[in-house]
Ligand binder design. Structure first.
Ligand code: FES
Length: 185
């Protein structure tokens, strides 16, 4: 059953009363997006998964304070919302880069040498299996199972863009291209 959620203004005002103005503005921005999504789903707890999906699309991850806010808003215990957010591999509680590079390591891609591509991408961005996001928050490199484009193996997806028949060189060239674009932005 829904409970009446606290007004976003009240939550943002009490979240960090002594925080620097910049941090406060960032918090307000986060909750504004949440409220927008929650209102669209009428704060319906049965819509928790699509709510979390949309919020994650906005922030590229699910910040802890946002999960608590969602729980309060839809009238569920925070532990339940955290449980859902940690159960599904699709959700992440850690921030990701502006460009999320997903390298397929499914069978077709693996046998067509996806591993050297992964090594090249990690080498180019100084990342590892445990450090998947660059300190400037520009790139995240992760592996996924079959992306459903086996005919294009090996496959790399950067955000929503699918790149097939990759090699270590062409994958790194894509990263270089993005870096050049970002530097000129
Ligand atoms: S195994 Fe990589 S797309 Fe299917």
């Amino acid at each position: 059953m829904n409970t009446a959620p606290a007004a976003p203004e009240a939550i943002t005002a009490t979240a960090a009363p002594s925080a620097p103005a910049e941090a406060g503005a960032e918090r307000t921005r986060k909750f504004e997006k949440c409220v927008e999504v929650l209102n669209r789903y009428h704060r319906n707890p049965a819509k928790l998964i699509p709510i979390l999906q949309e919020i994650q699309e906005s922030y590229r991850y699910l910040p802890e304070e946002v999960l608590v806010f969602v729980a309060t808003s839809v009238g569920l215990p925070p532990a339940r919302v955290f449980g859902v957010a940690t159960f599904y591999a699709h959700f992440t509680l850690k921030p990701k880069g502006k460009y999320v590079i997903r390298l397929c390591d499914g069978t077709a891609c693996h046998v067509r040498a996806s591993q050297p591509i992964l090594d090249a991408l990690r080498g180019r961005l100084s990342l590892t299996a445990t450090e998947q996001t660059t300190p400037d928050m520009l790139f995240t490199v992760e592996t996924v199972s079959c992306l459903g484009a086996c005919g294009l193996a090996p496959v790399v997806v950067i955000n929503e863009d699918v790149h097939g028949q990759m090699t270590p060189e062409t994958a790194v060239a894509l990263v270089d291209e993005i870096c050049t674009k970002e530097q000129g932005a």
